[in-house]
Design a protein around this ligand. Sequence first.
Ligand SMILES: Cc1cc2nc3c(=O)[nH]c(=O)nc-3n(C[C@H](O)[C@H](O)[C@H](O)COP(=O)(O)OP(=O)(O)OC[C@H]3O[C@@H](n4cnc5c(N)ncnc54)[C@H](O)[C@@H]3O)c2cc1C
Length: 524
Amino acid sequence: MPKNRVFRSDILIIGSGIAGASAALEAAKRGLRVNIVTKAPDPQESNTLYAQGGIVTLGQDDAPELLKEDLIKTGDGINNPESVAVLASQGRELVEKILIQELGVPFSRTSEGGLDYAQEAGHSRRRILHVKDTTGRTIEEKFIAALKGYSNVNLLAGRTAVDLLTVPHHSKNLISYYREPQCIGAYVLDNASGAVNTFFAPYTILASGGCGAVFLYTSNPRETIGAGFAMAHRAGARIVNMEYIQFHPTSLYHRDADSFLISETVRGEGARLKTKDGRTFMEKYSDKRDLAPRDEVTRAIYEEMINSNSEYVLLDLASYAKVDIKKRFPHIYKTCLQYGIDITKEPIPVVPAAHYCCGGVLVDTWGKSSLRNLYAVGEVSCTGVHGANRLASTSLLEGLVWGTRAAQDICAHFDPARPYEPEEIHPWYYPEREEDVDPALINQDWLTIRSTMWNYAGIIRTAKRLERAKADLEYLRHRIEKFYKEARMDPKVVGLKHGIQVALMITHAALANPVSLGAHFRKD
Ligand SMILES: Cc1cc2nc3c(=O)[nH]c(=O)nc-3n(C[C@H](O)[C@H](O)[C@H](O)COP(=O)(O)OP(=O)(O)OC[C@H]3O[C@@H](n4cnc5c(N)ncnc54)[C@H](O)[C@@H]3O)c2cc1C
């Protein structure tokens, strides 16, 4: 049986993407001791790393009021006005102070030397800063390098958070049931040794990212399975808006190409969508044809795939391009060519993909959740900034703003008194006989979760489909829980337990909401 260790810090942060890294940097500058755990062996691995488009700020002829209007229009009006105001009024300052001045992120510049503001769908102004098409990667590299320079930051990669530690739930003291529930850290698996260690901290920040990979097709890395939503739910924090899952219309369909997005600007440059047998179809769905809004295009592709029982449609740039394809889309050209598709000569097989979760752990404008001493920041949280649908390129900024603010709030109210000692808390319980994990079972369970979510709880939802998803997933959950109790601890087993719970959370939320709005579409 592996030996259980105890770790202590002033703040425990789960996740090292832009949100967790921003929180860690702010807390470190203010002198607090931070443990930051991340499940991947490389601390940079995250959705942040793959963000290409850029980060929203305010452009030259811009104002916070204009950004607010665009956020609320895209979010279909159910945004939290206070959070929208925070993002619009503080975002620019934090981008300048932290990303440009402190971290030295080399944002792309115009030939005159000024910052190059790009335009994206839904924005009324040019206001997106970018580092060519590798914005997220550059920001993430800079953050991790900066954190490594602080001796009060302990960055632990290869550690998978299993559950939040809460009192009274994990307390040995039955009297604690009369106190207000609170989070006091987390159980965290050391992936290499298989030990589940206890991390104590007066404050915990959940920054574990989104959940796109509970769907069969996703733009997210396969590890983005929504652990934080599941852990917060089990700990009793309020979770809202999980039905608002944003889908991207076009990701590359290829056996070996996991989650490669084909930018919507490809259609902007003339490309047309076609069925597998070469018929255009967008004219049936919208007067704007291939330039219809993202949600309409996504649903049209999905309908065509269902009606023709096909796994993809085609995006034909070669026949219609008004630009030099290799010059305009060098990254897409090169990547598709790796998979044997020459986009200057042939159409690209594409499929829509789950992209972003607008809901999550409900937090206030400082990132505080409904559970005492638990904060949530970034994609795992729901600040209300996005309402029912996310405006392009706003999530990196949300992570930066809320990560920084959560750390500021903790520092402003920091109380080092430890209300609980390790002796009062149950250590992780290992079963007497641990069974080795059969990867075939795990792979098949994931396939069931992902195809159920894609077909019954995905782009177009009906009560019948969702009821079926609920029944199938609930049955699977019983099986997974039984299996989990006896299995040797392993990140894959932990991931499966989180994943089935998140799939059910999305399904329940979608079933409970009969109103189509933003990213949630009910056909019945
Ligand atoms: C292909 C793609 C392109 C995008 N482009 C843009 C864009 O141009 N602009 C924009 O604003 N947004 C974009 N987004 C969205 C944006 O990247 C994410 O919303 C944002 O990066 C989320 O940041 P985060 O810090 O909340 O989570 P992440 O960056 O996903 O970080 C989550 C962290 O939590 C860790 N973690 C997860 N579970 C556990 C666990 N159980 N234990 C320990 N650690 C755990 C992960 O390893 C990771 O370190 C894009 C997303 C994708 C997938």
